[in-house]
Design a protein around this ligand. Structure first.
Ligand SMILES: Cc1cc2nc3c(=O)[nH]c(=O)nc-3n(C[C@H](O)[C@H](O)[C@H](O)COP(=O)(O)O)c2cc1C
Length: 257
């Protein structure tokens, strides 16, 4: 089994690592990055069963994930895929968005799993929750993953969340119809304030290689996949996307234990 994930603040990385650790201790898990695309495709060619995991964004799969699936459309035929998303509150068919694409390219969708985790958006005050609440959410997520893993191991039964027609309608009308057009140019909207010291952490971690350092400052390109990796790790809290001020950076590690 092969696990591939995109994760900005660590939620999805935690969830896929926990699930695969429980259902297949020999599974390999790889972070999706632009630089490693060829390596990932090699691994996909050598594996029949794949878990594809990513954060839900506006009830959709991130651009990076959708583009990855489309660019490699000839590679999915016959693959068994579990589509897994993490979400802050509501996903509708977050898992279904990649499942439909993959199915169209010949993959067999063995399941869909949508797990609630702390919200990654840290530059919008309304989405901020107290630490204790985020810790409770993570504990619930862990319990859910354990239950799902037991069902897979004992009954060979995969969850079917987010992949039904009803979920499709919920995701479409609940969010995508309203947000889809509004967010299409967000790939170029990353803001970097004068607090940036050019330390390079953001460019090192960006899965899309969308950030570079020039003259002691970070500069963003136009291919941000909105994962919030840079925003959640910048030591100066100098980067924003949906809002204009970072309230408290979100990182999975804060909610453990
Ligand atoms: C740009 C953006 C859009 C998001 N949209 C949604 C959404 O539509 N529904 C939802 O429940 N959570 C949404 N979230 C929250 C993330 O899906 C959630 O926090 C996820 O667990 C982050 O995972 P990660 O740490 O692996 O990146 C959004 C987060 C971002 C950054």
């Amino acid at each position: 089994m092969l696990g591939i994930y995109l994760s900005g603040t660590g939620n999805t990385e935690h969830c896929i690592t926990k699930l695969l650790g429980l259902i297949d201790s020999e599974a390999e898990i790889i972070r999706m990055t632009k630089a490693d695309e060829e390596k990932i495709m090699e691994k996909i060619r050598g594996n029949d069963t794949i878990v594809l995991a990513y954060p839900t964004q506006f009830s959709n799969a991130p651009y990076m994930v959708r583009d990855f699936i489309k660019r490699n459309k000839n590679e999915w035929s016959g693959k068994k895929v579990l589509c897994m998303t993490t979400m802050g509150a509501f996903s509708g068919d977050g898992a279904g968005c990649s499942a439909r694409l993959l199915k169209g390219y010949g993959a067999e969708i063995i399941g869909g799993l949508q797990i609630r985790m702390p919200d990654a958006v840290c530059d919008n005050k309304m989405l901020k929750k107290p630490l204790a609440e985020n810790r409770r959410i993570v504990r619930e997520a862990d319990k859910k993953i354990e239950t799902v893993a037991r069902d897979i191991i004992e009954n060979g039964k995969y969850p079917k969340e987010g992949i039904s027609f009803i979920s499709h309608i919920a995701g479409l009308f609940g969010q995508r119809l309203w947000f889809y057009n509004k967010t299409t140019d967000y790939s170029k909207k990353l803001q970097i304030s004068d607090d940036c010291t050019g330390c390079g952490l953001c460019s090192k971690n960006c899965p899309m290689e969308n950030l570079r350092i020039k003259d002691g400052r970070a500069i963003a390109g136009d291919s941000c996949t909105m994962c919030y990796s840079c925003i959640s790790t910048c030591p100066k809290q100098a980067i924003t996307l949906l809002g204009s001020k970072v309230y408290e950076q979100c990182r999975y590690e804060k909610y453990e234990g």
